[in-house]
Ligand binder design. Structure first.
Ligand code: ASP
Length: 432
């Protein structure tokens, strides 16, 4: 798959040029031109990825499950996967809490800046907090489980927010295929397998557009954050820079220590080799801010570059894109405590443990789309008695942090997929 290596450089060039163009456009008042003539190419790229995500999950998971020799293997892989996902999220949250308590970024925001941020983002914060809380209030304790089971497959397939329902349906279908007579199952299996090859080809075609898509997404992100006034963003970063550094440091530590240790001790990969292979996934995650949209690329790289068997990748990765969000959890821990610090509220140990508990649950329910993490943050803030209007303080820099935490989210999914594959002897030695 040498073409991926070439593509990897093309995507990097697209990203760098997009940033340079975005800064230039913001500085020369070209935001309107960028959103009219450049941004649509980014939207087309994301739409194509989303378009293929549901068919990809469906066909690859059905073939993955239906090719298992027995159901015990499915429950073993499932148990292992969910256990590791939860454990890494807890570690991420602990890292986030440790950093925010040591660095105390909330103490560095000048009071006048705090008032200004609260005023500027008050309406947006109120809208987001309002809809998040309304959604939670109507929910009973078992609602998250109920939500996994769709009443209509096409309903779930039509929204990228319901990927877990598609995962459920695909597993259900695959299990059914294991239980019907072999001759009939074989016909269906062949159809799904052919469809799987087709979908993989379509992903490869879509990826040819990645350099242009990434260029457009980056240019648009920069001009929409900065508008036509670059000075605003510099001022914002001056006030919230320390908070951003705390989040970024946490993400780097989690990837550099937690994931690296898992790779070193539990897989045959060297950290350098693994990091190089997953760069295209990280670049697409960074520019789309969506682990869901990145999923087709994640699966391609896992199977073709890392050598994870389809049986493992088709199960572990769609599940990871929906329930495993270490970057998001870490960011939520830092953000919650940062907001409390800025508002002059102390959070004791019990409150911080509540953050861990709520954030682990929230990361399961967080949709793999841009900005989903900040909606869940509202629920975490409420659980520890911090006013949810406080998200106004961090909204201005949320997009950039969203891009970075999505990189961690997809890197975590790939690390766990590789670890699970290694433990199941399902790593293709040639690729690895
Ligand atoms: N954008 C993130 C993702 O898709 C979720 C979030 O933290 O907002 O992984």
């Amino acid at each position: 798959m040498a073409w991926y290596k070439k593509l990897h450089w093309q995507i990097i060039v697209g990203l760098v040029l997009g940033v340079v163009f975005g800064i230039f456009a913001a500085a020369s008042g070209w935001s309107g031109f960028t959103s009219d003539w450049i941004a649509p190419f980014g939207t087309i790229f994301i739409n194509l990825l989303k378009l293929i995500a549901v068919p990809l999950i469906l066909v690859s998971l059905v073939t993955g499950v239906a090719s298992l020799s027995d159901l015990k293997k499915l429950s073993r892989i499932g148990g292992k996967t969910i256990g590791i996902y939860m454990a890494t999220t807890v570690v991420a949250l602990i890292i986030g809490l440790a950093i925010v308590n040591i660095m105390r970024p909330g103490d560095t925001v000048p009071p006048e800046m705090r008032t200004q941020l609260e005023e500027t983002y008050a309406q947006e914060a109120q809208d987001r907090a309002g809809s998040a809380l309304a959604a939670v209030e109507e929910r009973g304790p078992l609602q998250p489980i109920v939500d996994i089971v769709p009443e209509n497959f096409f309903g779930s397939a039509s929204s990228n927010r319901n990927m877990l329902q598609v995962v459920f349906f695909a597993i259900f279908l695959g299990i059914g295929m294991l239980m019907i007579p072999k001759a009939q199952a074989k016909i269906l299996y062949d159809v799904f397998e052919a469809a799987n090859d087709l979908v993989i080809k379509l992903v490869e075609i879509i990826m040819l557009m990645a350099p242009i898509g990434v260029f457009a997404l980056m240019a648009d992100t920069i001009t929409s954050i900065a508008g036509d006034n670059l000075a605003d963003i510099v001022e914002l970063l001056a006030a919230l820079g320390y908070y951003c550094i705390a989040v970024l440091l946490g993400l780097v530590i989690h990837m550099g220590i937690t994931y690296s240790a898992m790779l070193k001790f539990l897989t045959p990969f060297s950290i350098k080799e693994f990091a190089q292979k997953i760069i295209p996934v990280q670049l697409v995650a960074f520019s789309t801010s969506s682990s869901g949209a990145t999923l087709p690329v994640t699966m391609e790289i896992a199977e073709n570059e890392l050598g994870v068997s389809e049986e493992v990748s088709s199960f572990v990765l769609p599940l990871g894109a929906t329930i495993n969000m270490d970057g998001t959890g870490l960011y939520q821990a830092v953000a919650a405590v940062f907001i409390a610090q800025t508002l002059g509220m102390g959070l004791d140990l019990a409150a911080q443990l509540t953050i861990v508990f709520t954030a682990v649950l929230a990361s399961i329910g967080t949709a793999a789309v841009p900005s989903a993490g900040i909606v869940m943050l509202v629920i975490i803030l409420e659980s520890v008695g911090v006013p949810s209007a406080g998200i106004a303080l961090i909204l201005g820099v949320d997009r950039i942090l969203d891009m970075c935490r999505t990189v961690t989210n997809v890197s975590g999914d790939l690390t766990v997929a590789t670890v699970v594959a290694a433990s199941e002897n399902a790593l293709n030695a040639k690729a690895a």
